[in-house]
Design a protein around this ligand. Structure first.
Ligand code: ATP
Ligand code: ZN
Length: 299
């Protein structure tokens, strides 16, 4: 049970999710009084405390109701969830939003010089990983049994060091695998960062904070990728032009002084506008076409 009335959010202290998480909070308007070395950062303009911890601790903090929210990778969330289940600890939480960062994949990799003969060829072999549960869930589903070598870091050196035959590790570019003489052979799990909430009714004051932040996060994610388009169009082509703009809502039309046959159109489009579309717009008689990024959006 959370002893404090302050809204508490657990985030990764230092690692691949910390910068994006901090950026997300900042873009939601949180003024963070942060000192990197502190466990707790206070938010100056809202009743929120940020708990900066190792990502592995975040699922447990949410599942044990120590914090109200946590931001963590789905990979860690599922892995720790399975571990806690085996230990008979609570594993429930509510998924609030999938976030648009922290994308990566958990993959099996083997030494480059070995020919890959499919997942079955791993039967009975040793696999080094920081994700024993996710690896086992996948290989169980494929009917493959293996010996797990549970490491908490430097998984990619295990085959060369003779500790394992293969590894199951996170991959983004593949450069780390290359550098260690390994090749990716099978994706086991795809992950992204998620926002989770403790599975218990929030006090009204906390609920208000949660709702406000979720609205702002949605506004950020919607704005991301949307464009604001301004152009001049012949009056009789407005419909055709609107039809060309992907995801455009009803456009705003403004009269142009001294130009009765043309209007200025302002449109929010939910997708990127490609050059081909711009050229088609021009062919329809549109001119002065401006495409601007949108920072925030509230519907
Ligand atoms: P901590 O000290 O907090 O335990 P860590 O070393 O376990 O940190 P990081 O390497 O910072 O964790 O990764 C945190 C999360 O970032 C991963 O669980 C994953 O969801 C995500 N992630 C995104 N891209 C990558 C990547 N290329 N490699 C590893 N993790 C990635
Ligand atoms: Zn970790």
């Amino acid at each position: 049970m959370s002893a404090t009335k302050k809204f508490r959010i657990a985030m990764q202290k230092k690692g691949r999710l910390s910068i994006d998480t901090t950026d997300l909070f900042k873009s939601c308007g949180l003024k963070i009084n942060s000192r990197e070395d502190r466990l707790i950062s206070h938010v100056e303009n809202m009743d929120i405390d940020l708990l900066r911890v190792r990502d592995d601790d975040i699922p447990g903090l949410v599942m044990d109701h120590v914090v109200d929210w946590g931001i963590v990778g789905q990979d860690v969330l599922e892995e720790i969830g399975m571990e806690r289940q085996q230990d008979g600890l609570p594993t429930d939480y509510t998924l609030v939003r999938k976030l648009d960062f922290g994308g990566c994949r958990l993959s099996l990799a083997i030494p480059v010089e070995q020919e890959w003969k499919g997942v079955e060829s791993l039967n009975g072999l040793k696999i080094a990983t920081t994700y024993p549960n996710l690896t086992k869930r996948y290989l169980d589903s494929m009917g493959v049994s293996f010996k797990v070598v549970h490491l908490t870091g430097s998984v990619e050196v295990a085959p060369r060091a003779g500790l394992a035959d293969a590894i199951c590790d996170l991959v983004s570019s593949g450069a780390t695998l290359d550098a260690n003489g390994l090749k990716e052979v099978q994706v086991v799990y795809r992950s992204q960062a998620v926002l989770i909430q403790r599975n218990q009714e929030l006090f009204p004051e906390k609920k208000l904070i949660a709702d406000t932040l979720v609205n702002r996060i949605d506004g950020m994610m919607q704005a991301h990728g949307s464009k604001y388009i301004m152009l001049h169009a012949p009056k009789d082509k407005v419909e055709e032009i609107t039809a060309l703009l992907p995801g455009a809502e009803s456009p705003t039309l403004l009269t142009l002084e001294g130009n009765p046959n043309h209007v200025a159109m302002h449109v929010v489009s939910t997708e990127t506008l490609f050059w081909e579309t711009m050229e088609k717009l021009k062919a329809l008689g549109a001119s002065s076409i401006l495409v601007l990024p949108i920072e925030k959006m509230l519907k």
